[in-house]
Design a protein around this ligand. Structure first.
Ligand code: FES
Length: 381
């Protein structure tokens, strides 16, 4: 066994131990400071780092590392401590920002004007504090040196270029385009037509805009409510706490002069007119001003199309009277006019005024919704 094997370097020394040990006890054996573990004297230089101790790292020509003039933090322990405290302060600011964000998120009222600005301030402080602390750490405490490495030439050698040219020429020859005229022309034709793919999407920009079409649904005055299974809904069909998805059954007069109520719902009607009919317990509905008679006997009807991104709002919590959109978890409070109380939706679900006709069927009393259904985007269009 060699002498080196018999005497391995001590843990944490300049050459031994893990990288973590070396970080904890940098070269020079100082451990906590230049004095080797004793109380450090203020004004003394801080402990040197590994890289500053290695002789091969001190020459520009040999290694490409250039040391800059020492900073105050490199030569004075007090300056180093001041920098530490400053950096710790910014990390603390980051913690404060994070706590602020969490508290506002869980305790704040999202309908108050302070809510979003405070959330933004909290997140801004959290990110800025962390970022500023890291920058200060890098600038004031990390080794102050500049590493330079020569770039290898980009150009290929003449030999490599010649080989490539030769390979391309051979490949071209192997394709046989010179010999196969038909192939050459049909390939040219296919390539030209393929270029049309670039033009067609641009032509689509000239399509007619939807205009006001999207502001209206298929609900008309007197339309009965029909389920997806084709059953016309009557007063009393829904028990208290029950919920039903309904669509408009628009009456028309047949060849015999009789009024008919179609029970088949086409896709277009399903897409924009889906409505949720809910029977609330008596007395808990708090209708908006002017909508006191839009419900009947605890029955209220709201658009099923979420005002966030248009998903069907289909989960009803009977105990809390909340409607939940499964796409992004927006929650609507039914007795409060289906107000959006949680999640990304910011607009209440539009309400449909309902009534009952002579035969006891539920109908759209006044016709269509009074506001556009679906994503709030349409309000701004
Ligand atoms: S579509 Fe309903 S929450 Fe997004």
């Amino acid at each position: 066994m060699s002498a080196h094997d018999e005497n391995p370097p001590a843990q944490g020394g300049a050459g031994g131990g893990s990288v973590f040990d070396r970080v904890k006890r940098p070269a020079g054996g100082g451990g906590e400071g230049a004095g080797g573990g004793g109380p450090e004297a203020l004004g003394t230089p801080p402990a040197p780092t590994d890289s500053s101790q290695l002789p091969e790292h001190t020459s520009w020509q040999q290694t490409g590392v250039a040391h800059r003039p020492p900073r105050a933090e490199d030569v004075d322990r007090r300056a180093e401590r001041r920098a530490e405290r400053l950096i710790a302060f910014w990390f603390f600011v980051s913690v404060v920002g994070t706590v602020l964000f969490i508290v506002v998120n869980f305790v704040g009222d999202k309908h108050e004007p302070y809510y979003t600005p405070l959330l933004g301030t909290g997140m801004g402080l959290a990110l800025a504090g962390l970022g500023i602390g890291m920058i200060l750490w890098a600038k004031r405490l990390m080794p102050h040196e500049q590493a330079v490495q020569d770039r290898h030439p980009f150009r290929s050698t003449d030999e490599e270029t010649a080989v490539l040219e030769e390979e391309v020429a051979l490949g071209w020859k192997d394709m046989g385009l010179g010999r196969h005229k038909v192939l050459r022309r049909s390939l040219l034709g296919a390539g030209t037509v393929l270029g049309g793919l670039l033009v067609v999407p641009l032509l689509n920009l000239t399509n007619a805009k939807p205009g006001k079409k999207l502001d209206h649904t298929h609900w008309v005055k007197g339309a009965r409510m029909v389920t997806g299974e084709g059953r016309l809904v009557k007063m009393g069909d829904l028990a208290i706490g029950a919920i039903e998805t309904v669509f408009p059954s628009v009456p028309h007069v047949n060849a015999n002069g009789e009024t008919e109520w179609p029970t088949h719902v086409d896709l277009h009607t399903k897409a924009d007119s889906a409505t949720i009919l809910i029977r609330l317990e008596p007395g808990i509905d708090k209708p908006r001003p002017g909508r006191e008679d839009w419900g009947i006997d605890g029955l209220v009807a709201y658009s099923k199309i979420c005002t966030h991104a248009g998903c069907p709002v289909s989960l009803y919590e009977q105990q809390t009277h909340h409607l939940l959109c499964p796409c992004h978890q927006s929650v609507f409070d039914v007795p409060d006019g289906c107000r959006a109380i949680f999640g990304p939706a910011s607009r209440s679900l539009p309400q449909l005024a309902i009534g009952v006709d002579d035969e006891g069927y539920l109908i759209a009393r006044d016709g269509d919704y009074t506001e556009p259904i679906g994503p709030a985007f349409w309000e701004r269009s």
